[in-house]
Write a protein that binds this ligand. Structure first.
Ligand SMILES: Cc1cc2nc3c(=O)[nH]c(=O)nc-3n(C[C@H](O)[C@H](O)[C@H](O)COP(=O)(O)O)c2cc1C
Length: 189
């Protein structure tokens, strides 16, 4: 029983694409990567233009032990098209932190950056972890966008209530890494 439980907990041979967007919580993606790697997952990061203002690709590359993808238009090392090969190889696409902006882009079916394009092109399970100011999170536009994405079958880990980087207190703090990684495990079990 114990070994069976351990098997479920292992993410060996699982490919996780981790999208990191432009919010203060981007630094928390480091902890998420470390926890996924500890479970033996193969983690490839897609860093949005916004995300790159908050965390360095060098940090993500070093922790994930994989190249960090930032642009759809980088010349690939072989004939493959970046967003299609990432989309095809993913078992789960995890977006943490997810900004209000990326949630809106996904809800519209946009494909104007590598992360949105990869998600649109993929049949993998999608797990979105919003993090933002409480007013942004509680805005009807964001709520409607989240409902739309839930309707497409996307999964969510709700943000926690608490003190936010802007100084406000309320909904919007990125769920803790342990909760997010447990949600990934559940999706794959
Ligand atoms: C200091 C600062 C902090 C921000 N924090 C957040 C945040 O926590 N959540 C969010 O949704 N947007 C936040 N934004 C706004 C996003 O960075 C902006 O909407 C950006 O276009 C997001 O791009 P991306 O989703 O492609 O990463 C912040 C902006 C600044 C300047």
């Amino acid at each position: 029983m114990l070994s069976q439980e351990r098997k479920i907990m292992s993410l060996e041979n699982k490919n996780i694409i981790l999208g990191i967007c432009g919010g203060i919580a981007a630094y928390k993606s480091c902890d998420i990567i470390r926890k996924l790697i500890k479970l033996k997952a193969n983690v490839k990061c897609i860093l949005t233009a916004g995300g790159s203002k908050f965390i360095s690709p060098l940090t993500l590359q070093t922790l994930s032990k994989n190249k960090v993808h930032m642009s759809m238009f980088d010349i690939p090392e072989n004939w493959e098209i970046n967003h299609i090969s990432l989309a095809d190889e993913a078992d789960v696409i995890l977006v943490a932190p997810a900004t209000a902006d990326v949630i809106a882009r996904l809800a519209c079916g946009r494909s104007d950056d590598l992360l949105a394009c990869t998600i649109l092109a993929s049949k993998a399970k999608v797990l979105i972890c919003p993090a933002m100011n409480a007013n942004m999170f509680n805005h009807k536009a964001t709520k409607n966008n989240i409902d739309l994405l839930k309707g497409y079958g996307y999964n969510f880990v709700s943000p926690e209530k608490g003190e936010l980087a802007c100084g406000d207190c309320g909904d919007g703090r990125l769920a803790c890494a342990k909760t997010i990684v447990s949600a990934v495990e559940r999706l794959l079990s």
